[in-house]
Design a protein around this ligand. Structure first.
Ligand SMILES: Cc1cc2nc3c(=O)[nH]c(=O)nc-3n(C[C@H](O)[C@H](O)[C@H](O)COP(=O)(O)OP(=O)(O)OC[C@H]3O[C@@H](n4cnc5c(N)ncnc54)[C@H](O)[C@@H]3O)c2cc1C
Length: 247
């Protein structure tokens, strides 16, 4: 199976939430979550353990309005910080809740064992007859009318197709500029913005792991150290702790 661990999609765990202030994201994420819940191919990797969200920018109000406008019933709660400090054997006891007295919790959000889902989907596509070719693309190719005809790899091989979907994540802007320097309309321009995330993993001992098995994910969206605390099943029994900090 071809899986690039440098891709954003490859990860030990990813938060799955429809809690977005942009209603378009919210709607799309609700559809995605439904697939995580029901799709036999990967639903076993999804864990709906809830999500705690620390924020003081009016996030929760906007999210609640979005759900109301979409006619969706979520298990949303505003929970006193003092209560959250006591759950999970005190896991969040010394967490930075800022000046919040109450914090937004959505029990319908959760997390997924991302790399396992990615592996399963890739294997299933190959079994269904999709041809997987591992190759580094140096540039896209175009016909005389400026229509994209395919891509050329760094070792000179050409891949031609009638329809081309570019799914190159953070590399997309560079690839477009380098492939068509004078075709300004094709460039990502301000449509994409680069961001950096630092990920750290702490291994828990088996007792801690079992204790926090069903802990909610924790998303810290205010203050200097913004971050996410998520969990990872390791060797089917242990759980590790992952934290992302955005720069
Ligand atoms: C550390 C981190 C944590 C995140 N956590 C979450 C989370 O908890 N929940 C959530 O919903 N989202 C999260 N995100 C965001 C989410 O991971 C991304 O939005 C999503 O994975 C992007 O998917 P993609 O397919 O567009 O890009 P990618 O997964 O990056 O896929 C792009 C692929 O294109 C390949 N590629 C690029 N250039 C070339 C080339 N020239 N030739 C050949 N191949 C090429 C790359 O190798 C890669 O495999 C996180 C992102 C990061 C970085």
């Amino acid at each position: 199976v071809i899986l690039n661990r440098e891709s954003a999609s490859w990860d030990w765990s990813k938060i799955i939430r429809a809690d977005y202030t942009d209603i378009l994201y919210c709607r799309l994420a609700l559809e995605a979550r439904q697939s995580w819940r029901t799709e036999p191919l990967y639903r076993e990797f999804y864990h709906e353990t809830g999500l705690i969200w620390v924020d003081q920018t009016g996030f929760s109000e906007k999210v609640v309005t979005n759900y109301a406008n979409l006619g969706v019933e979520e298990k949303l709660r505003m929970v006193p910080v003092e209560t959250l400090r006591k759950i999970e054997g005190g896991l969040f006891e010394s967490a930075d809740f800022g000046t919040n007295d109450m914090v937004y919790v959505n029990d319908c959000s959760g997390w997924v064992e991302a790399y396992k889902a990615l592996e399963r989907i890739t294997e299933s596509a190959a079994t269904a007859g999709v041809q997987l070719v591992e190759s580094n693309i140096s540039r896209l190719t175009f016909d005389a009318n400026g229509n994209c005809t395919g891509a050329q790899s760094t070792d000179g091989e050409s891949f031609l197709a009638q329809n081309i979907i570019l799914a190159t994540g953070a590399e997309t802007a560079r690839l477009l500029v380098e492939s068509a320097p004078s075709h300004l309309k094709l460039h990502a321009g301000n449509r994409l913005r680069a961001a950096g995330l630092i990920t750290g993993v702490v291994r828990l001992d088996s007792e801690e792991a079992i204790r926090h098995r069903a802990a909610p994910a924790f998303l810290h969206a205010e203050g200097q150290a913004k971050g996410i605390l998520g969990f990872i099943f390791y060797c089917n029994s242990l759980i590790e702790y992952r934290s992302n900090y955005s720069a």
